[in-house]
Design a protein around this ligand. Structure first.
Ligand code: WTA
Length: 631
């Protein structure tokens, strides 16, 4: 029987049991899935060595658990409702049986193009059912999918394709996001000029715009699937075979390809989805994320499908055609579970309340947030205006690396507290450590958030760079997994994530490495050196502030800033554009040449009183100069 925790007392019991018999707990959970062969060993490896394995020797295919297993029971149930960018465009629903057929068809197409188990396939697509079908078809044949958010630039796309040597790219002719058009095929063509590993490009029609065509390389999705069989025997995978790679930003310039494996990821996303959201049989669950991020992977595609839920695939934005769009969709489909980012809530809360009041939101039962800390004001607005004061809110803390939710209330089951992710899920033991690596015990404390024991959903490696994996997560605190987040534990043992303690920004819930943005800015002919920091932004959570040393003082500040923004958009994508910029005569550096970001952060936040000690700087006068420019 699947574990579905229904009371706070049960949560406490299960938590205790999971602590006492960790492996039994996970073994029991794993036992509820369809395995072609049961595992030989529940778990091996450690954080010390960074060689974590779960359910080794087990054989399975995740799509048999997401699709085939449901056919006899809920084959005619809706798996997905597709809501297009424009409310008047063609919408459709897809049952589990249809999705199974579509995935089988496309799996046959992939195989006919020579894609085999272990090959990497890059997916750069609009948020449509075909994106989900592409990912699942890869999983079905054992190919490793690497979904790249369709807001990244040609250069970022190329970098991700090169890093994993993808053999195929699946894309659209273009996409519409709000009133913007993104020419995905043009961007792909540009990227592929530098990607010799890609032999095949499959293009799914979405915007019907004119595109370039490379004969022998490019093929239309709709022509390929026309004659493909709807039967496909899933390829048998080892539990520890890679399922997908997803790139995420780290504190150095190069994005990290997080590698998740079949068995552990399946068990973990399914377990967390079920217990956190508490979705019942006829509920309509909507996660507004894009499948290009981990939230989309785990809680649009995999977690809900393993549980046989009905989800929404939403192509649009919160404010198109007007800021009532989310609420219109909730009303239209009688959504029961709504999961979004604090950024979206903060943006919508600034709009006139009539955009909310126009719609009937009484179907809502559970609200969720993810990706960044939620401030109390936004929490209360969400709770009162959207949830009508009676929907539990799950503030779910987790990361691309963790695969699934780690710290969160279980909806309506465990207590909530505004601004707090609250309690760890059974099977997860958080630990707070101080700067010196000492464990901080007791309550009413604050430290760096680590996890004590491996769990099935943890990333197994960084693609092609296991050393970096060890360096980033395993070495900072020996014997623990280090999250990179700061965290408070209140007097009741509830956790509140305070934000990143490394050089990673969280802008509108998206992770961006400062080094990545700096590298892009430094490409400008006139920029000698730059330093990027975050500052508090009332909608995005964090805004991007770039300090730049220039060769020549720019004649026209506005033109220069526009050039820098365009450059960052070109190199990374629009999400990484600096919000504010300042040309500075120098950067505050220590004698060893390290930029003191703490100082820049205070200046960016306009907190000029609390700059702190500058005596260790090579040139303290620089700080005064920057301060005067800020004022
Ligand atoms: C932050 C997103 C506060 C955190 C699923 C983490 C959060 C990073 C929360 C991971 C939350 C995520 N409260 N902060 N509920 N959820 N974060 O990899 O800093 O895109 O380390 O995964 O987002 O971002 P990622």
């Amino acid at each position: 029987m699947w574990l579905n925790i229904k009371t706070y007392d049960q949560y406490k019991d299960v938590y205790r049991e999971s602590r006492e018999n960790r492996l039994d707990f996970w073994e029991h959970e794993a036992g509820t899935y369809y395995w072609r062969k049961r595992w030989d060993k529940v778990h091996s490896g450690s954080f010390k060595k960074g060689d974590i394995k779960w359910f080794e020797g087990g054989k399975l295919n995740v799509t048999e658990n997401a699709l085939d297993r449901h056919l006899n029971t809920i084959g005619s149930k809706t798996a997905f409702i597709f809501e297009p960018n424009h409310p008047d465009s063609f919408r459709r629903t897809i049952t589990y049986r249809q999705l199974h057929e579509d995935v089988c068809r496309f799996a046959n197409v992939l195989e006919s193009k020579g894609i085999q188990k272990g090959d990497r396939v890059c997916i750069y697509m609009a948020m449509t059912p075909e994106l989900v079908i592409s990912a699942l078809a890869c999983a079905r044949i054992g190919a490793v999918h690497s979904i790249v958010f369709a807001g990244f630039s040609a250069q970022s796309l190329a970098e991700r394709i090169q890093d994993c040597d993808a053999k195929m790219l699946i894309t659209n002719d273009g996409l519409r996001r709000g009133d913007k058009h993104v020419p995905l095929k043009d961007i792909s063509d540009e990227a592929l000029q530098n990607c010799p590993s890609v032999d095949h490009v499959i293009v799914c029609q979405r915007t019907n715009r004119d595109i370039e065509w490379v004969e022998g390389r490019d093929e239309w999705w709709h022509l390929l699937i026309r004659n493909a069989s709807k039967h496909h025997e899933a390829v048998e995978m080892d539990a520890e075979d890679p399922l997908f790679i997803l790139y995420t930003s780290g504190s150095t310039g190069k994005p990290k390809g997080q590698m998740h494996t079949c068995g552990g990821y399946m068990v973990y996303t399914s377990y967390t989805f079920r217990n956190v959201f508490q979705v019942a049989e006829n509920d309509i669950y909507w996660c507004t994320a894009d499948a290009g991020w981990i939230t989309g992977h785990s809680y649009i595609i995999y977690g809900p499908l393993f549980n046989g839920a009905t989800g929404i695939i939403f192509e649009g934005t919160p404010t198109y055609p007007d800021p009532g769009r989310f609420w219109e969709v909730v009303d239209k489909y009688k959504v029961t579970h709504f999961y979004t980012a604090p950024t979206a809530i903060r943006a919508l809360m600034k709009e006139d309340l009539s955009y909310v009041k126009k719609y009937d939101l009484s179907s809502l039962k559970v609200l969720g947030t993810v990706g960044e800390p939620i401030n109390e004001e936004a929490w209360h607005w969400y709770h009162d205006q959207i949830g009508n004061g009676n929907c539990p809110i799950v503030d779910t803390w987790w990361q691309t690396e963790t695969g699934g939710i780690m710290i969160s209330a279980l909806a309506g089951v465990t207590p909530e507290k505004p601004g707090f992710a609250t309690l760890p899920l059974p099977g997860i033991e958080p630990a707070l450590l101080d700067e010196n690596g000492k464990l901080i015990e007791g309550n009413g404390v604050e430290g760096n958030l680590c996890i004590k024991h491996p769990w099935p959903g943890i990333t197994r490696s960084i693609w092609g760079d296991h050393d970096r994996y060890l360096e980033t997560y395993m070495k900072p605190y020996k014997g623990y997994y280090f999250t990179g987040d700061g965290c408070k534990r209140d007097e009741n043992g509830f956790y509140r994530i305070t934000g990143r303690v490394d050089d990673v920004l969280n802008v509108s819930g998206h992770r961006l490495g400062t080094a990545e943005i700096e590298n892009a800015i430094d490409e400008h002919d006139n920029v000698v050196e730059s330093a990027v920091v975050g500052y508090p932004h009332d909608v995005k959570g964090q805004g991007i502030y770039a300090f730049m040393i220039c060769e020549d003082e720019p004649n026209n500040g506005e033109t220069f800033e526009k050039e820098v923004r365009d450059l960052v958009t070109k190199i990374i994508g629009p999400i990484a554009k600096p919000d504010k910029m300042m040309v500075v005569p120098g950067l505050p550096k220590t004698r060893s040449g390290k930029i003191m970001r703490r100082i820049l952060r205070s200046i960016a936040a306009n907190d000029l009183e609390n700059i702190g000690d500058t005596s260790t700087l090579l040139d303290p006068a620089v700080v005064e100069e920057i301060k005067s420019r800020q004022a």
